[in-house]
Each structure stands twice: as structure tokens, then as C-alpha cells.
Ligand binder design. Structure first.
Ligand code: LLP
Length: 422
């Protein structure tokens, strides 16, 4: 459920008509609903607690939506942060996430980033390979600070909505095998600069079938039992993120309570604290990308292009993953439903949001909303074609605030300098 609904014939976010935001901020613009973020976080937490999962660490995957106001909204509910760079750790801290609720993941952490994570005292660094474990131990020694680590295991399970976002097969770059995890865990226990506290997995994103999750989680539970059987201490099991969301017209994902049941079933009796790294399930349906129709270009051979002021640099998912986003008129008009190709102004054929989609009547100047754009939308945006970075607005009830302004052209250009010989 989300809080983007038609009110008096106008698409609104909570109590604010989207048209009012377009008027104040211009388009394209991302718009987020506080109530939807809060609802998604609490539904997931309550579903886990209802299944007896005590005091889980729900570390929001910052890559899904890294806006500081969004992170602060979630931090105030008790969310932690799953981070994959120093920049994301800094964002989480700036948003008020306590370091003991920050997980540092990622296959390629630099020594500088590892040192930063250790100096602020993140709750765990998820180690993805043996060379990385050695690097962490060396950095920890140089700082005189023991590193709390968990091993990210690649459970060799196929899952995820698209090959580019499946991470849990052994051919993917992520994590160590079960055998390596057992060997490295024992090694780390004997290293004065490492404190292994647990194991982690994340098998993919936009997962709409619980079977691969159940398989991965029970393999992880087996690993925890084996490690404990060897007399090693395991306090934490991090089950990653990955739960899919209902993109319109796509396979219905499992509900948080069905997911929580699978978690509880797989981890019963393990006596570990569970951690989760959800991104999309919390953020996707809490945001839309609002754009304006520049014109409708009808080609003689029959194609009808809806040319928007938003482009692939603002919302990359359709170009990158052939992702489906529901496209809605903000003030729906009467008129025939007809097929459109919805495109942006960037000079690439890939700058196509959808082809041959049946949509209602539009005219130049109309506002359109890309639904389910709160996750991996603004956080993946770029300035390609020298289009200033798309702004972000957070709504709460009848109020809204610009939480990332649109840069001016002067600001965009001022970041660059010329070379001394020019
Ligand atoms: N934890 C780790 C280690 C991850 O790599 C990811 C996502 C998550 C958690 C959060 O997964 P989620 O709950 O959001 O599925 N840009 C793509 C999605 C990439 C996901 C990468 N990793 C998209 O737009 O679909």
C-alpha cells in the first residue's frame, strides 16, 4: 500500500497534489511519501516480530534511496543502514543512524574506506573474500582497533528479477563459498585484530518467489550450526535484502508476513540475532518521478511518441533492466486509450521508458508520474547529457520540503576547472 492516490481527480502524495509540487519545484522531480516509508518499515518489522524474530537489525540498503531526509525518516523509526561505500556510511551517520546499526558491505572496499569504517565503529564489516579479510586485519592492526566482521557467503542459489541484479550464484562476484567461510571464520577467530561475529548472505533483488530465499536461509542456518558445532562464536546472521515489490502488471511478490514466516522457519532455534538489508521493499512504492509532456510526436508510419522532460539519466531502470514502471496521468483526461512509446530527450534510443504501452489521452504540458520509483531512482541518476541532477521532495501530510534542490547550471559548471595549459 502507498499514499499516492487520486483525490478529486488529481494524483496526490498524501495530502499534497503532485501538480502543486510541479508548480513550486518544476519537473522532472522525485517525490517521496513519509507515510509510505513509515508504513513499509513498520509492516516489515512487525511481521518479523510476529514470527518471534526478536529485536532484528533492519538495516535499510542506502543504495536504494540515499537521500538524507529519507534516511533520517527511517533512522527515527529505529532503522539501521546497509552501506557499500564511505560515502554511504557518511550519509547514514549524517542522517542520525548510530554506527552500531551500520553494516558495511561490498566486494571492493578500499583500505581508506575500511579505516574510516573502523574509526567510526560500524557494527560489522561484511567480508567478501580472503584478500579482503587480510586487508581488514592489516588496517585494524595499523589503527590498533579490532575489526568486527561477518562473512558474506554466496549460497549458490539462483534468484532475482533480472540477470543484472542476481547475486547469489557462485559465478557472481559476491561472497565466499560455504567451505571458505568455515575455514576463514576459524582463521579470523585466531587473529588478534579480527572479531568474527556472524555470517551474511544476499542472493538478489526484486525476488518474487520465496523458494530460493528459503533454500538460501536454510543453507545459512546450516552453516551457523556447523560453526557453532566447531566451538566458534556466532552472534549474528544477516539475511540481506531482496524482497520484491508489486511493480504494476508484474508478478505479485510475497507479503512481508510470508517472508517473515520463511525467515522464522529457517532460523528456528539458532540463537542468533537476525539482521536484514531491505532496500526496494521499503522505498520503491514510497516514491514517484514526476515529469512533464513536452510534446506528442506522431510518425507517419504510425508510432506515437510521448516526449517527456525526464530521461534515462533521471530514471535509469527501464534502459538498464527493461524495468516496468506504471505510468499515470496526474490529471487524467477523458479520451481514447492508445499505444505510446514514452521517451526522454537524451540522444540515445535506449532513452525509452516503454514501447507500445496503452495509455490514456495526453496533451503537451500534462504531468505524468512514474510509479514505484522511490528505490534505485534518484540514487542511480546522473547528469548525462549535462542535465542537472533531478531534485527530490519529501511529503509529510499536507507539507512538503525540497530535500535535494535542483542544481543551477552555474553550480553544475562550477565543479569543474580548466587545466593550467588551457
Ligand atoms: N544488501 C546487499 C548486499 C545488496 O547488494 C543489495 C542490493 C541490498 C541489500 C538491497 O536489496 P533490495 O532489498 O533492494 O532488493 N539497481 C537495481 C537493484 C540493485 C540491487 C543491488 N543490491 C534495480 O534498480 O533494480
Amino acid at each position: 500500500m502507498n499514499h499516492f492516490e487520486l483525490r478529486d481527480g488529481e494524483l496526490s502524495c498524501e495530502d499534497v497534489p503532485l501538480a502543486a509540487i510541479a508548480e513550486a519545484v518544476g519537473t522532472p522531480v522525485y517525490i517521496y511519501s513519509t507515510a509510505t516509508f513509515e508504513r513499509h518499515y513498520t509492516v516489515l518489522r512487525d511481521a518479523l516480530e510476529a514470527e518471534g524474530v526478536r529485536d532484528p537489525l533492519i538495516a535499510f540498503a542506502v543504495k536504494a534511496n540515499s537521500n538524507l531526509a529519507v534516511l533520517r525518516t527511517l533512522a527515527q523509526l529505529g532503522a539501521g543502514a546497509d552501506t557499500v561505500s564511505e560515502g554511504e556510511i557518511r550519509r547514514a551517520l549524517a542522517a542520525g543512524v548510530p554506527p552500531e546499526r551500520i553494516v558495511f558491505s561490498g566486494v571492493g572496499k578500499t583500505r581508506t574506506e575500511i579505516a574510516f569504517a573502523l574509526s567510526v565503529g560500524v557494527c560489522e564489516i561484511n567480508v567478501e573474500s580472503e584478500p579482503e579479510m587480510i586487508a581488514i586485519a592489516q588496517v585494524a592492526e595499523s589503527l590498533g582497533r579490532r575489526a568486527t566482521i561477518a562473512f558474506r557467503v554466496n549460497p549458490d542459489v539462483a534468484a532475482g528479477g533480472h540477470a543484472k541484479i542476481a547475486t547469489g550464484k557462485s559465478e557472481n562476484k559476491f561472497g565466499v563459498s560455504f567451505a571458505e567461510a568455515e575455514r576463514l571464520y576459524a582463521n579470523a577467530t585466531n587473529n588478534a585484530w579480527l572479531k568474527p561475529v556472524g555470517v551474511a548472505c544476499h542472493i538478489g533483488s526484486q525476488i518474487t518467489d520465496l523458494a530460493p530465499m528459503a533454500e538460501a536461509f536454510s543453507k545459512m542456518a546450516g552453516l551457523v550450526r556447523r560453526l557453532k558445532g566447531e566451538g566458534l562464536e556466532v552472534e549474528r546472521l544477516d539475511l540481506g535484502g531482496g524482497l520484491g515489490v508489486p511493480y504494476f502488471n508484474q508478478p505479485e511478490p510475497p507479503s512481508p508476513s510470508e517472508y517473515a514466516k520463511v525467515v522464522a522457519e529457517a532460523t528456528r532455534g539458532l540463537d542468533v540475532t537476525l539482521a536484514f538489508e531491505p532496500g526496494r521493499v521499503i522505498a520503491a512504492n514510497a516514491g514517484v518521478l514526476l515529469a512533464k509532456v513536452l510534446h506528442i510526436h506522431e510518425r507517419p508510419e504510425g508510432r506515437r511518441f510521448l516526449v517527456l522532460d525526464a530521461a534515462m539519466n533521471d530514471l535509469l531502470r527501464p534502459a538498464m533492466y527493461d524495468a516496468y514502471h506504471d505510468i499515470r496521468a496526474v490529471s487524467p483526461r477523458q479520451g481514447p486509450v492508445r499505444p505510446y512509446d514514452v521517451v526522454g530527450p537524451v540522444c540515445e534510443t535506449g532513452d525509452t521508458f516503454t514501447r507500445d504501452r496503452d495509455l490514456p489521452a495526453f496533451e503537451a504540458g500534462d504531468l505524468v508520474a512514474f510509479m514505484s520509483a522511490g528505490a534505485y531512482g534518484a540514487s542511480m541518476a546522473s547528469e548525462y547529457n549535462s542535465r542537472p541532477l533531478v531534485p527530490e521532495v519529501l511529503v509529510k501530510g499536507s507539507e512538503f520540503a525540497v530535500v535535494r534542490p535542483r542544481p543551477t547550471y552555474e553550480e553544475m559548471l562550477a565543479r569543474e576547472t580548466t587545466a593550467p595549459w588551457l
